[in-house]
Design a protein around this ligand. Structure first.
Ligand code: RFL
Ligand code: PHB
Length: 392
């Protein structure tokens, strides 16, 4: 067994772990990331696309925003569609801020590529990561790689290992509580090298179900359709997806759709989940390890970023001045923002999807709410300020 000491051991090289590692290294704090997958595998997962200013701001602060500034697409607004018309949410006009379309893959690549030069060690393909003594004075983790066993001792462990990782499971059931809602449908996503159908995102509620038109660049589109949980990818050849998108997104968007072969296709389930508290002893949870939002509000990656903004600040105060206040307050502070994003994501999901038990009354409620949003600037402002991201 080899042994290594660091100040913060980080589990998971997703956005939460990578951002945290860089924020700590920028202040001279040692950190090591252990990641179960290879770098290529992590980069092959097509996920988030919309970044709040909290997230782009962290990349700026780290001096890693050059490519994001050149290739990211600033968005002044987005649209809700009700089957016929587009209801525009003028994010910039209503809040003075914008979101940026820049794929999670690209953000992750920028962070991974900058790691060696900044002394951020990332161990890829680390198997059997196990956390030890997280509620004692000297926590550690062990993993195996290439047939050898390794141990990392640290002052703190950051669990940034996503929903299925081992960190949350290292918290005894009696020390935490999970809140969960599982939705009775999923999103089928398709990536294609065709121009987007519209210059802004469109979230559509149609009688046949939800659809989303998003993008990655002027030549790459990302679309989603709501599907039943029993549906399989084989049931959805590309043509069926394009046909369905054209109907659900409405006539204006349909006129702009360019069809092309999919380069990625996957089905993701939708879930709301929060684990409280986000700290157990010397273990701190951040990002999807602690909470999941349905993707409708585009909040998951951005919450990972705000968690690690709080956590890095707390760890920097601890290592710099032995000030424990930030660490003690981390869970409360992070959860206050998490629950508001949970509420927004749940509300937008409920407003925009067909639920198997939506009756005629429920459908009328959705239509009336969309109509109210179209006519009320107060409603649009509430949506815009949540979508663009609540303050840290
Ligand atoms: P991640 O990205 O899941 O990274 C966790 C990392 O931990 C590793 N890991 C382990 N490492 C070591 N040992 C183990 N035993 C391990 N088990 C797991 C994993 O391999 C992985 O590399 O979590 P993180 O960093 O918290 O980041 C969260 C975001 O990835 C997630 O919230 C977003 O992708 C959610 N999301 C969206 N968020 C947005 O802000 N805007 C969006 O537009 C948006 N769209 C989406 C989304 C998520 C989606 N899916 C597929 C869930 C669209 C979709 C379809
Ligand atoms: C995406 O582009 O993948 C995307 C955009 C907005 C969302 C979810 C996903 O709300």
């Amino acid at each position: 067994m080899t042994s290594q000491r660091t100040q913060v051991a980080i589990v998971g090289a997703g956005p939460a772990g990578l951002l945290l590692g860089h924020l700590l290294r920028a202040e001279g704090i040692d950190a090591v990331i252990v990641e179960r997958q290879s770098a290529d595998y992590v980069l092959s997962r097509i996920r988030a696309g919309v970044l709040e200013t909290v997230t782009t701001g962290l990349m700026e602060r780290l001096g890693l925003a050059e490519r994001m500034r050149a290739e990211g697409m600033p968005e002044d607004g987005f649209n809700l569609a009700d089957g016929e018309r587009l209801i525009r949410i003028d994010i910039f006009g209503l809040t003075g801020r914008r979101v940026t379309v820049y794929g999670q893959t690209e953000l992750t690549r920028d962070l991974m590529e900058a790691a060696p030069a900044r002394g951020l060690e990332i161990v890829y393909e680390a198997a059997d990561v196990t956390l030890h003594n997280v509620d004692g004075a000297s926590p550690s983790l062990t993993y195996s790689k290439d047939g050898a066993e390794h141990r990392i001792e640290a002052a703190f462990i950051a669990g940034c290992d996503g929903f299925h990782g081992p960190s949350r499971k290292a918290v005894p059931a009696s020390a935490g509580r999970a809140y969960e809602r599982v939705y009775p449908f999923g999103w089928l996503g398709i990536l294609a090298d065709v121009p987007p159908c519209h210059h802004e995102l469109i979230y559509a509620n149609h009688d046949r179900g939800f659809a989303l038109a998003s993008m990655r660049s002027p030549t790459r589109s990302r679309y989603y359709v709501q599907v039943g949980l029993d549906e399989r990818l084989e049931d959805w050849p590309d043509d069926r997806i394009w046909d369905e998108l054209a109907v659900r997104l409405g006539p204006e968007a349909a006129a702009g759709i360019t069809r092309g072969p999919s380069i990625e296709k996957s089905i993701a389930p939708l879930r709301s989940f929060v684990f409280e508290p986000m700290r157990h002893g010397r273990l701190f949870l951040a990002g999807d390890a602690a909470h999941i939002v349905p993707p409708t509000g585009a909040k998951g990656l951005n919450l990972a970023a705000s968690d690690v903004a709080y956590l890095s600040e707390a760890l920097i105060a601890w290592f710099g001045r032995r000030d424990p206040a930030g660490l003690e307050d981390y869970s409360r502070r992070a959860l206050a923002r998490v629950w508001k994003a949970e509420r927004f994501s749940w509300q937008l999901t409920t407003l925009m999807h067909r639920f198997p038990d939506t009756d005629a009354f429920g459908r009328r409620m959705q239509v009336a709410e969309l109509d109210y949003i179209a006519s009320s600037e107060a409603m649009r402002t509430a949506i815009a300020e949540n979508y663009v991201g609540l303050p840290l």
